[in-house]
Design a protein around this ligand. Structure first.
Ligand code: ATP
Length: 234
């Protein structure tokens, strides 16, 4: 689905990613882990085309993606849910979801909406509520729901559990597991909550100072999360 080779990104003159190699296979969930400032968000922004890359290759569904073309990348089926969520605050839940579906055939709207409500029944109960009046957890669900409305084949989630209460973390974790079970959408998950990541991902990459410094499978994450946290986060 996604193959990244030698990806290098700079913020001005400061190197942010230095030769990243990662891959994502069909139906897979991959975690991007690492301390604050490791480059995880920068990598998501480069994958979705919001940040240009200086060198390296991003191959999405077998096609080389041009750097800095987020509209093309989204249309091809890669969607990012940023940490800021980027909702339309004065629009209702319904309209925020509808906007996610703009690039798809109108006939698919109702089906996609039901699918989103299947993951997040709470959004159906609040369909006429303005986005800005929703709780943080509900807004996170809405942001993910809006991305799902666009029928992505790859979805990038940037710390979906950040700042949420245990109940919401649980619900979002269950949604990610359901996505994985269904196997239609591959996931790239940036997550500080290692336990949650271990429940969801098949494999992980550990980033430090803009480089992949370790990688492994979920069972290693589950078994060694304390050691990994000490080694790479402290
Ligand atoms: P966090 O977990 O804190 O979100 P992260 O791993 O996602 O961290 P990034 O946000 O990708 O890290 O940041 C990587 C590095 O790039 C940091 O040193 C950060 O200060 C720097 N950086 C990020 N965005 C910019 C920008 N727009 N201009 C300059 N430097 C930036």
């Amino acid at each position: 689905m996604l193959e990244v080779a030698g990806l290098t990104v700079r913020h001005g003159r400061v190197p942010a990613l230095a030769g990243i190699d990662i891959e994502l296979r069909k139906g897979e969930a991959v975690g991007l882990l690492g301390a604050n400032g490791a480059g995880k968000t920068t990598l998501l922004n480069a994958l979705s085309g919001f940040l240009p890359h200086e060198s390296g290759r991003v191959i999405l569904f077998g096609e080389t993606m041009r750097s800095g073309a987020p509209h093309r990348i989204a249309r091809a089926g890669l969607l990012q849910v940023s940490q800021d969520r980027d909702l339309f605050p004065d629009l209702s839940v319904r309209d925020n979801l509808r906007l996610g579906c703009l690039a798809r055939a109108k006939s698919r709207h109702a089906r996609n909406l039901e699918r989103v409500f299947g993951y997040f029944p709470r959004l159906k109960e609040r369909i006429d509520q303005r986005a800005c009046t929703m709780s943080g957890g509900e807004q996170q669900m809405l942001a993910i729901g809006r991305a799902l409305m666009a029928e992505p084949r790859v979805i990038l989630l940037d710390e979906p559990s950040a700042g949420l209460s245990p109940l919401f973390v649980q619900e979002i974790g269950a949604m990610m597991q359901a996505l994985k079970r269904e196997g239609e959408v591959a996931l790239v998950l940036v997550e500080q909550n290692m336990r949650l990541a271990a429940r969801v991902v098949d494999r992980f990459y550990m980033l430090r100072a803009g480089q992949v410094v370790a990688q492994g499978v979920a069972s290693e994450l589950e078994r060694d999360h304390e050691h990994l946290a000490r080694e790479y986060y402290l």
